[in-house]
Design a protein around this ligand. Structure first.
Ligand SMILES: Nc1ncnc2c1ncn2[C@@H]1O[C@H](COP(=O)(O)OP(=O)(O)OP(=O)(O)O)[C@@H](O)[C@H]1O
Length: 585
């Protein structure tokens, strides 16, 4: 079985900031400018205690002129601090939004190009959370917490310098007696935080994934009577989230210890400072500066430790997002060859191909098949024998674990995404329909065809009367996920999309749901027109389809046996004949 790299439930956080650097590089100009403004803001904050100290000394010395000048400078510094803080906020928001926009674009791009096997290996909710929830959390962090984090770091640094300058003795007491226990308490918090926040994110992801499934499987759940069992599962997972959140809250409570240490330190410093001032070894102003600066230091430690919680949350989200962006498993496996290198008609060949699903289910073993240009074949087999898997492999959606699938000698793996879709198109049993109009859905092919091209394809397939019969023609809304279209009409959309792509090979997974005779007639005609010039491989579910096709490929026990070839059995739009029985798609 080919190795598929799964995303870790708890994404590794090692070197997380170094890993995010390449994503920040395109925005380095605005980020550097922002950091400089933030630094200016922090310098203003650090200048306040010395200015207040100077004012206190001037008051003690009855020096009115010095008091006036100091107060004016103080006012100017405060005004500058406010202005710089506002400016840095705006800059950070702008820079942050750009970074987030790029990350989101890349995540969506990565998911849109990820191999089918990678997507199947993960729950949709997990992938959705990584591309939406984690990005939103990151955006919030950048807007709200990052400015504070930068200001706090710079303030801590500058305040430490102020403290040393004003009294190395008091700084020594502070540094030896009080700062280490503070840092220890923060460290204890950090250690628990990684586990607690990671656990909370994982538990929330599980709930998100289950909620997504609740919506997608709602019909099954409502009609099968399985809703109570399912809701029991939702409740269990919900309880796990609450437990994880409580664990996080307990870890956060450790931070209270930091406040306690701060109170004790300020009281000690005040006593010690007053004693030194009374002894004449320190001015009153210096004591004031020291107390204010110590307070700033502890506030910084306090804010910093709270921010570490947010930082941890952002780290976890960022790690999960980067895990997706960096995952080799999510990397598109298509190559660079373009369809222009290849003839419009040619042989599709399977050589010694084997395929197993991730859970180890071995489905196909050593399959050899050849479909010369214009061949038409039915693929048959009991349910679960591997027909759909073979179809997806023929369409290049699954890569064989061993062996290869080639078109005119070129491995499908070596084709670019657009080239692959021009070589082979798969119309699945359940054609995927997106919210919008019929025309919007038909435009979902390479090259985004315009209205005229879409109308021409519909005419070519003999579907004009069907389209005109819809309430608003091609502008008819299809509802959420196409629920306003019948199974047959969805296959008509799939066939019309195939006509717009104009592939050399068409693989059709016949719809098993009963289709009304009128829609079946439209589909029959469209298919007849579509298969006029190309290779057609129908995964057949009805005896009538099998009888109508000249060649039968039987899938059983992972291997293939087959019969002969003869001309196209489908009537074309121009012939209007339906004398040959054909599949109801
Ligand atoms: N995504 C998947 N992950 C794991 N196993 C899978 C997956 N899809 C299909 N299988 C398994 O692979 C085997 C072949 O499935 P496949 O859908 O190809 O059969 P099929 O012949 O098309 O069936 P049907 O006629 O019912 O559509 C089955 O045992 C199925 O359970």
């Amino acid at each position: 079985m080919a190795e598929v790299v799964r995303l870790a439930e708890r994404a590794p956080e090692r070197h997380i900031f170094r890993r995010v650097l390449p994503y920040l590089r395109p925005h380095r100009a605005i980020l550097t400018g922002t950091l400089l403004v933030v630094l200016g803001c922090a310098m203003c904050a650090a200048a306040l205690p010395p200015l207040v100290g100077r004012a206190a000394d001037a008051i003690v010395a009855h020096d009115r002129g010095a008091v006036t000048v100091t107060v004016l400078v103080l006012a100017a510094v405060v005004a500058a601090q406010i202005a710089l803080a506002r400016w840095s906020e705006l800059l950070l928001m702008r820079a942050g939004e750009r970074v987030i926009r790029d990350l989101r674009d890349q995540a969506v791009h990565r998911l849109a190009h990820a191999p089918l096997r990678f997507l199947e290996a993960h729950r949709t909710g997990d992938l959705l959370r990584r591309t939406t929830g984690e990005v939103t959390a990151l955006a919030q962090f950048v807007r709200r917490d990052l400015p504070n984090l930068v200001v706090v770091s710079a303030t801590l640094l500058l305040t430490s310098v102020t403290l040393v300058v004003y009294s190395w003795l008091l700084t020594l007491v502070l540094a030896v007696v009080f700062v280490p226990p503070s840092l220890l308490a923060i460290r204890v918090f950090q250690r628990g935080a990684e586990e607690a926040f990671g656990g909370q994110a994982a538990a929330e992801t599980t709930v998100a994934a289950t909620l997504t499934e609740t919506l997608t499987a709602r019909e099954l759940l409502q009609t099968s009577g399985a809703l109570p069992t399912w809701l029991g599962r939702v409740r269990r997972e919900n309880r796990a989230v609450v437990a994880a959140a409580r664990r996080t809250a307990r870890v956060e409570a450790n931070l209270e210890l930091v406040s306690l240490i701060e109170g004790a330190a300020l009281a000690t410093l005040l006593g010690l400072g007053s004693w030194l001032a009374a002894d004449g070894r320190l001015s009153i102003g210096a004591v004031v500066v020291f107390i204010l600066a110590s307070r700033t230091l502890f506030e910084g430690l306090d804010d910093g430790s709270q921010l570490i919680g947010e930082l941890q949350l952002a780290r976890t989200g960022l790690a999960r997002l980067l895990d997706l962006l960096e995952s080799p498993g999510a990397r598109a496996v298509t190559g660079r060859s373009t369809a222009s290198d290849l003839p419009p008609h040619g042989e599709l060949r399977v050589e010694g191909a084997s395929f197993s699903y991730l859970d180890g289910t071995s489905v196909l073993r050593g399959v050899d098949l050849s479909f010369p240009a214009g061949a038409r074949a039915a693929v048959v087999g009991v349910t679960g024998s591997g027909k759909t898997t073979l179809g997806k492999m023929l369409a290049g959606l699954y890569q064989p674990d061993s062996g290869r699938v080639t078109y005119c000698g070129t491995d499908l793996r070596d084709l670019s995404g657009a080239a692959l879709s021009r070589v082979v198109a798969l119309v699945p049993q359940e054609v995927h329909i997106v919210t919008g109009t019929v025309a919007d859905n038909l435009a979902l092919v390479p090259g985004a065809p315009g209205r005229a091209e879409i109308a021409a394809a519909v005419d070519r397939l003999g579907l004009r009367a069907w389209a005109d019969g819809l309430p608003d023609g091609l502008d008819t809304g299809v509802g959420v996920r196409g629920e306003r279209l019948s199974a047959g009409e969805r296959q008509l959309v799939g066939l019309a999309r195939a006509a717009l792509v104009d592939p050399a090979v068409l693989v059709l997974d016949e719809a098993t749901a009963d289709i009304d005779p009128v829609t079946a007639g439209w589909a029959e005609r469209a298919l007849g027109e579509l298969c006029a010039e190309r290779t057609l491989i129908v995964i057949a579910h009805r005896p009538a389809t099998v009888e109508s096709l000249p060649r039968t490929i039987r899938v059983a026990d992972g291997t293939i046996t087959e019969g002969n070839t003869s001309p196209c059995p489908y009537p074309t739009a121009s012939s209007g004949s339906s004398s040959i029985r054909s599949p109801r798609v």
